[in-house]
Design a protein around this ligand. Structure first.
Ligand code: UD1
Length: 416
């Protein structure tokens, strides 16, 4: 696992190609359980979270074969409905198999996902949706057992547009009897990607990207499908900030600019020059940039998954920025680490007030979660001296070869 060591002060220059999206491939992998036919998923990123989801599928009886960036999946031999607790504990997103397992087999048993460092993260909205569709759910001894004698369509109103709940209910609804309507659905691009994948399998899903999704249930789905996952919008945003925080210039290739409009808008407001073409973004940093205020919101608002990285950037802005975190209740664990590097940040509840400083200094810091880890790498790229980032396994969960890509752009960075 090791540590990442960065010597700051190098301007990043060159071109970088964005990998497939972590948050798109995870639900797509879960959705494979709905099919009996072989599937091929292309442009699959090499990420620890993907390896974990593959192990979840294998533990249920799915055969998986990696060929470079293509995953060949044969879901015909599923023989159990229980996800091993060790895999559930490794990754909360393992709970995404619930909807597909209920849809195809009417039964699933997982251990409770519990909390995580960025917040309590319950799955009550997922379960509410399954219950409305005729599923009996028992929560006991740390396990959730769900069983539907006959899964039927339902109208589900989500109290909050949860990404995972929207995806899980969509997957269950694909093979339910009748029509399901999800209101106040999440609108993230990954939901559209899942809809596209399900429809390629033969499902009838409409409305993803809007806040009402309609799924007409089918008796069976499954075709021989090859599918290419969308580019990762959070990786795109992270490289945009990498260019901006080092005052460098980067061409970011294989991206979908509409997916990162909120980040582009904030960076432009701060003074960063950004040009956008169909599948690429050119970012030109500036030696000094302005403070901006940010509120994290569900898509198309500013993504919570870019909040820590922007905080590193705003630590070096001219003036005072205010960041309000509306999605997760405990997502400021990077603040203490940025302070060690000389940032001037005060946190009150869900708000952080960042007074820009002229210089950050290298320090030994610890990544508490995936995006916090990325934020510390970015701060290290700009800081004076050497930064050592511990807890690198968090970064490996969701960034494909971050260190290698940054090094190819001129960063003085390595793993020890
Ligand atoms: C997904 C993303 C994650 C991103 C998040 C918000 C994946 C694999 N992960 O996580 O990277 O940060 O969306 O954009 O796609 N909530 C409840 N009850 C529920 C479900 C959610 O209270 O049943 C709350 C959560 O605690 C959280 C908020 O809703 O405070 C948002 O969660 P949700 O949108 O579900 O995020 P995830 O799907 O877990």
């Amino acid at each position: 696992m090791g540590k990442i060591v960065v010597s700051g002060g190098k301007k990043l220059e060159g071109e970088v190609t964005i990998s497939g999206a972590k948050n798109a491939i995870l639900p797509v992998l879960a959705a494979c359980l709905l099919s009996k036919r072989p599937l091929a998923l292309e442009r699959v990123p090499n990420l620890d979270d993907v390896f974990t989801m593959v192990r979840v599928l294998e533990s249920l009886g799915v055969r998986v074969n990696w060929k470079a960036q293509v995953l060949e999946i044969d879901p015909s031999g599923v023989y159990t409905d229980e996800v091993p607790p060790s895999l559930m504990q490794k990754m909360r997103a393992s709970s995404l198999v619930m909807g597909a397992m209920l849809g195809r087999f009417g039964k699933v048993r997982i251990s409770s996902p519990g909390g995580c460092v960025i917040g309590s993260r319950p799955i009550d909205l997922h379960l509410k949706g399954f219950r409305a569709m005729g599923t009996a759910i028992r929560e006991r001894h740390g396990f959730i057992e769900a069983e539907a004698k006959k899964l039927h369509g339902a109208e589900v109103h989500l109290d909050f547009p949860s990404v995972g709940a929207t995806e899980n209910i969509m997957m269950a609804a694909v093979m339910a009897q009748g029509t399901t309507i999800i209101r106040n659905a999440a609108r993230e691009p990954e939901i559209i990607d899942l809809q596209n994948f399900l429809n390629k399998l033969g499902a009838k899903v409409k409305g993803a990207g809007l806040n009402i999704i309609r799924i007409d249930g089918m008796q069976a789905i499954g075709r021989d499908v090859a599918y290419q996952v969308i580019p990762d919008r959070i990786e795109t945003g992270t490289f945009m900030v990498a260019a901006a925080i080092t005052g460098g210039s980067l061409l970011i290739k294989n991206t979908i600019p509409e997916h990162v409009e909120a980040v582009v808008a904030k960076l432009r407001e701060a003074g960063v020059k950004i040009e956008v073409e169909s599948d690429r973004i050119f970012v030109r940093g500036t030696p000094m940039w302005k403070a901006v205020d940010i509120q994290t919101l569900p898509f198309p608002g500013f993504p919570t998954d870019m909040q820590p990285q922007m905080m590193s950037f705003l630590s070096l802005a001219q003036g005072t920025s205010v960041i309000t975190e509306n999605i997760f209740e405990n997502r400021f664990r990077h603040v203490g680490e940025l302070r060690k590097m000389g940032a001037n940040i005060r946190t009150e509840g869900r708000t952080s007030i960042i007074r820009g400083v002229s210089q950050l200094s290298g320090s030994v810091v610890e990544a508490s979660d995936l995006r916090a880890g990325a934020a510390l790498v970015l701060a290290g790229l700009a800081a004076e001296g050497t930064t050592v980032i511990e807890g690198v396994y968090h970064i490996d969960r969701g960034y494909e070869d971050l260190v290698g890509k940054l090094r190819s752009l001129g960063a003085d960075i390595g793993r020890v």
